[in-house]
Design a protein around this ligand. Structure first.
Ligand SMILES: Nc1ncnc2c1ncn2[C@@H]1O[C@H](COP(=O)(O)OP(=O)(O)OP(=O)(O)O)[C@@H](O)[C@H]1O
Ligand SMILES: [Mg+2]
Length: 511
């Protein structure tokens, strides 16, 4: 609390004389005005209080006399005893008088037996109470020493008790100021969010969006702020900015149907546009060159696969429950992003559901929406439904490999390059080979309108596996490295020779 209030004061001082937007100008006033509480906390607390109040040690020296004394006794108990011993030696005139400690008597005063008579007669016997006589020594205590002893023993506990009490009183003092402290917290949060967003806007080249009552959604060169940052941090390629034209005409829907290869950037595109809407409406700049948005009442998103088995929902069930919520609730001011709906069931079921969902979003909900799918059949709807457009993410094919351009363009994709992406992901060669022949057969079957199943039945079952069975290798000539390795006698080498041998082997590898 003390550090935060001190920082708040420092921030207010740094801002003095700076012109601020109205919201922050108002917040500025709440940063200061805690002088009394700060003075109290400054005086009461050590510079770096421990994390836990439990063990004490957070109240500063000089704040509470009782606490200072308790601590002094605890820490300097022996010093206090030494002082007392000097006093008693002077008072009795017995220079050899000692204060000692053992577990039976605790603290006691000890003189040699020669002083016994003097110690036990007036006036000294009024102060010194006899405890024990041994062969050579007499032992005494005093009321003062007994009290001191109890106090030393209790000093630690006492210090802790006092600190707890002070802690409560400090809490009380803070609570008295609670409403004002909350205002300061609120003001700090206001500055924090605003400055962080301003910082991002400047550093990452964001733009100021136009937000109005229209049903526009026109983004020029939009980016996904998180993916962009991740790419920057990995030192990977630059993030490819993409436009989004989703402005609804009249009371029509505006839906972009996004097809394109796996890994092309469909999901990224969907989310970046939803994020831009969210950022714009919270008053932030947005990661784009320009952005014009009509107010969005709700953002609905249906992305990713998850299940909720404990609540009796399978993966597909979750997907459908979420889709149902969107279809039942979205109105013509909603922004909807649907990522690959209908994937968790049989192809034709999924396609049918996606198809009907798109029609409903278009005709009934009339939303602005982005719809990513691998059902290329859906792209036919763009021609039929007003306000539904096709877009695709571009890739290039190069030597049988796919190169992802991450560029969203008008048009429809005709394939998803799933097998190529599976290969990139490291699926075993035979699996990829086999998948290719199954895919070819399926596509050929579709063209010939014959049953794809029959075609797959015709595929040579073991062809892929056969080609990749490990070929017995011809015994190869031993390499230079192997020859040299065979010559080495590890048990007879010094560490230096061993190291040299490693260098030699490494050198052999070089050629
Ligand atoms: N505009 C972009 N610029 C640069 N890199 C991008 C861009 N969009 C996506 N990427 C990169 O491509 C990866 C895959 O993107 P994304 O998950 O959006 O693909 P997808 O089309 O949804 O694929 P799938 O069909 O497999 O779900 C991202 O993790 C990101 O690293
Ligand atoms: Mg995706």
């Amino acid at each position: 609390m003390r550090n935060a209030l001190t920082q708040a004061e420092a921030i207010a001082a740094a801002l003095a004389g700076t012109e601020l937007p109205p919201l922050l100008d108002e917040a500025r006033g709440a940063l200061t005005g805690h002088d009394e509480l700060l003075a109290l906390l400054d005086a009461a607390l050590v510079a770096e209080p421990p994390l836990l109040a439990r063990d004490g040690g957070f109240i500063a020296e000089g704040y509470d006399a009782q606490l200072d004394e308790a601590r002094k006794l605890r820490d300097e108990g022996r010093g206090v005893i030494a002082g007392m011993q000097a006093d008693y030696a002077e008072q009795t005139g017995v220079g050899s008088l000692k204060i000692k400690h053992n577990n039976v008597l605790g603290y006691f005063i000890e003189t040699t037996a020669t002083h016994a008579a003097k110690m036990q007669s007036p006036p000294l016997n009024e102060t010194f109470i006899h405890r024990q006589t041994t062969a050579n020594q007499v032992r005494f205590t005093t009321v003062e020493l007994t009290e001191l002893e109890t106090r030393i023993l209790n000093a630690g506990n006492e210090a802790l008790e006092i600190e707890k009490r002070l802690y409560d009183s400090l809490k009380g003092a803070i609570l008295e100021q609670a409403p004002r402290v909350s205002e300061t917290g609120q003001a700090l949060a206001e500055f924090d969010v605003t400055i962080a967003l301003a910082d991002l806007a400047q550093a990452q080249d964001w733009c100021r969006p136009t937000v109005d009552d229209s049903r526009a959604f026109a983004i020029e060169a939009g980016r996904h702020p998180v993916v962009e940052r991740a790419l920057q941090q990995q030192g990977g390629g630059a993030f490819i900015a993409n436009d989004c034209a989703l402005t609804a005409q009249g009371d029509h829907a505006a839906v972009t149907l996004l097809t394109g290869p796996n890994m092309a950037g469909k999901s990224t595109y969907l989310r970046q546009n939803a994020l831009i809407a969210l950022l714009a409406q919270m008053g932030s700049y947005v990661p784009a060159r320009s952005a014009h948005l009509g107010l969005v009442s709700q953002i609905f998103s249906r992305v990713g696969a998850s299940d909720d088995l404990a609540r009796g929902r399978s993966t597909f069930m979750v997907e459908m429950v979420e889709t149902a919520a969107i279809l039942n609730q979205a109105d013509d001011r909603a922004l909807v992003i649907l990522d690959e709906i209908g994937r968790g069931t049989a192809t034709y079921d999924g396609l049918s559901i996606a198809w009907a969902t798109l029609e409903h979003l278009h005709g009934v909900n009339r939303v602005r929406g982005l719809f990513a799918t691998h059902y290329h059949e859906l792209t036919a709807l763009a021609g039929k439904l007003e306000g539904v457009d096709n877009a695709t993410v571009a890739v290039k094919e190069w030597d049988g490999e796919v190169i992802f351009l991450h560029e969203v363009r008008p048009g429809a994709a005709d394939r998803s390059y799933g097998v190529q992406v599976a290969q990139l992901a490291g699926l075993p060669g035979p699996v990829i080979e086999r998948a290719r022949s199954v895919l070819d057969a399926l596509e050929a079957g579709e063209r010939d309108r014959s049953s794809p199943k029959a075609l797959i039945d015709d595929l040579p079952l073991f062809s892929a596996a056969a080609t990749t069975e490990p070929q017995p290798k011809a015994p190869a000539e031993p390499s230079g490295v192997e020859t040299r390795l065979a010559e080495l006698l590890p048990d007879e080498m010094t560490p230096r020779e061993a190291l040299q041998a490693i260098y030699d082997l490494k050198g052999l590898l070089g050629d």
